[in-house]
Design a protein around this ligand. Structure first.
Ligand code: SF4
Length: 417
C-alpha cells in the first residue's frame, strides 16, 4: 500500500510512548494523529448528530485549509480526547495510512491497524451556530468555534500569491480559488453581532483570535492590513466593558508604528506573527513573500519590538514543525533540523518571544504536496525542546495554550509543567 507518512524505520506510537515517559501518552497520540490525519468510517458519519456536534463547516471567508482528502464533506470539525486534549486534524485518504475513526460497542474510537488505540469524541456545536446576523449572514459562516476560542478570519486573500510568492506549505489561496470565496469580506457589524451572541454561552469561550492572509497594500506596506484589523477589533471590543479583552491577532510582522496603533486603538491583549521556519536561508526559500516584503532578520526584530509594546508573555510566533526538513533544500537529517530550530527558537525566546509549533501537513494543493512530514519522535523532541526553553526563560503562552488554541503540542505541556 503506498504511504506518505509511515516509514518502517521510524519508531511507532507505542514505542515513542515508552521511550518518552515524561510526555503524556495522549499528547503523543495527538501529535501522531495530526501527522497522519484521520479517516471517518461511514458507521461514524451515520452516528454523528449535527444538532450536537460541530461539523466541518461553512465558513465563507476561510473554512479550514484544504483537507488532505478534499472529497470528504460533512465530517466532524475535529476531535477531543478524554482528558480534554484537542486534536485539530483533517480527513485523509485511506491510502495515506491515517488513523481510522470508528464506532464500536457504543463508543467512538481511534483505530490503528484495526486495533483500538483510544476512545475519542467530537467538538460540541456552540449555541450561536445556526443563528443569523441582522444582515442575514449565518454566524457560523463568519466566526468559527474551537472548543474554547472564537476564530475570526475577516477576509480570505493573501497578497503574497499575487506574484506567486505564497508560502510553499500553504494552500490557502489555491483552495479558496477552487471554492470561489476569494472576494468576500467580513463587515464590522457582523463581527460585533456574532461575538455578542457567541459570548452569551456561559463557560464556553475564553479568547478571540483573528487572522487573515497578508495584505501589503497601504502607504507603508501592510497599513491596509492594520487598518482592517483595527476596524474589526474596535467593533468586537464594543461587546466588552474593560479597556482590553481576551484576544489575539496573527498578522504579518508589523513595524513599531503599526504595532503601536494596534495596541493603542483597540482592546487587543496579545500579538502573534508567524515566522514559520527558524532558519534564514530556508525562510527565503519557503516563505518568499515574507522574505520579499519583510525579510527574516527584520521579521525577528519586529517580533522582539512587539514585546516592548504588548508586554512579555503576550507575544509569540508560530512555526510549521518539520517543514525545515522539506526537500531539496531543507536540513538533511532530523538531528540537524532540531538542533538549528531550537537554537534559533532560543534566540527569540531569550528576548521574550515564545515559539509554538504546528505539525506540518503536506497538503495536496501546496507546493510541497508530495513531501513527507517528520517522524513522530522528531515532533516529540521538538515539543520537549521548545517547552524546556519556555521554562528556561520563564515565558507564559496562556493566550495560545492547550485550552485557547489546542493546535500547538508544545503549549499542551503548560497543563503539567
Ligand atoms: S502568509 Fe504564507 S502561510 Fe499565511 S496565508 Fe500567506 S502564503 Fe499562506
Amino acid at each position: 500500500m503506498p504511504t506518505v507518512n509511515v516509514r518502517d524505520e521510524e519508531l511507532k506510537f507505542e514505542d515513542v510512548v515508552e521511550k518518552y515517559p515524561q510526555i503524556p501518552r495522549l499528547l503523543i497520540l495527538k501529535i501522531d494523529v495530526q501527522r497522519r490525519g484521520v479517516y471517518y468510517t461511514q458507521n461514524v458519519l451515520d452516528k454523528i448528530d449535527p444538532d450536537v456536534y460541530q461539523l466541518i463547516g461553512s465558513n465563507v471567508f476561510f473554512a479550514s485549509l484544504g483537507a488532505r482528502d478534499p472529497k470528504t464533506k460533512s465530517v466532524p470539525e475535529s476531535l477531543i480526547l478524554r482528558d480534554g486534549t484537542i486534536i485539530i486534524t483533517d480527513p485523509t485518504p485511506l491510502d495515506q495510512n491515517p488513523y481510522i475513526v470508528d464506532y464500536r460497542d457504543g463508543k467512538f474510537v481511534l483505530l490503528d491497524r484495526n486495533e483500538i488505540v483510544e476512545e475519542v469524541d467530537f467538538w460540541e456545536k456552540p449555541d450561536y451556530y445556526g443563528k443569523l446576523t441582522s444582515s442575514g449572514t449565518p454566524m457560523d459562516s463568519i466566526v468559527f468555534a474551537r472548543p474554547q476560542r472564537l476564530n475570526i478570519t475577516p477576509t480570505s486573500y493573501c497578497y503574497f500569491w499575487k506574484n506567486g510568492n505564497g508560502c510553499k506549505y500553504c494552500d490557502l489561496v489555491p483552495h479558496l480559488k477552487e471554492d470561489g470565496v476569494i472576494k468576500k469580506k467580513l463587515t464590522p457589524q457582523d463581527a460585533y453581532e456574532t461575538v455578542r451572541e457567541a459570548i452569551k454561552q456561559k463557560g464556553r469561550f475564553t479568547n478571540i483570535c483573528m487572522t487573515m492572509g497578508s495584505d501589503f497594500n497601504g502607504e507603508t506596506p501592510f497599513d491596509s492590513e492594520v487598518d482592517y484589523y483595527i476596524e474589526i477589533l474596535q467593533a468586537i471590543g464594543e461587546n466588552f466593558k474593560g479597556r482590553r479583552f481576551p484576544s489575539q491577532v496573527i498578522t504579518t510582522a508589523l513595524n513599531e508604528k503599526q504595532l503601536r496603533r494596534l495596541y493603542d486603538e483597540t482592546g487587543l491583549s496579545s500579538y502573534t506573527s508567524d515566522i514559520e521556519v527558524l532558519n534564514e536561508e530556508l525562510f527565503k526559500w519557503i516563505c518568499p513573500g515574507k522574505e520579499e516584503w519583510v525579510g527574516y532578520r527584520e521579521w525577528k526584530r519586529r517580533l522582539v519590538a512587539a514585546v516592548d509594546i504588548f508586554g512579555r508573555g503576550n507575544v509569540n510566533s508560530g512555526i510549521v514543525g518539520g517543514v525545515e526538513l522539506a526537500k531539496p533544500r531543507g536540513f538533511k537529517t532530523e538531528e540537524d533540523g532540531l538542533k538549528h530550530t531550537l537554537e534559533e527558537a532560543e534566540d527569540l525566546m531569550s528576548k521574550g518571544v515564545s515559539i509554538v509549533y504546528i505539525v506540518w501537513v503536506p497538503r495536496p494543493m501546496s507546493f510541497f504536496r508530495n513531501q513527507k512530514n517528520a517522524s513522530l519522535e522528531y515532533y516529540v523532541k521538538l515539543t520537549i525542546g521548545l517547552n524546556d526553553l519556555r521554562e528556561k526563560y520563564k515565558l507564559r503562552i496562556d493566550f495560545d495554550d492547550y485550552r485557547r488554541c489546542g493546535n500547538h503540542p508544545n503549549s499542551d505541556l503548560l497543563r503539567i509543567f
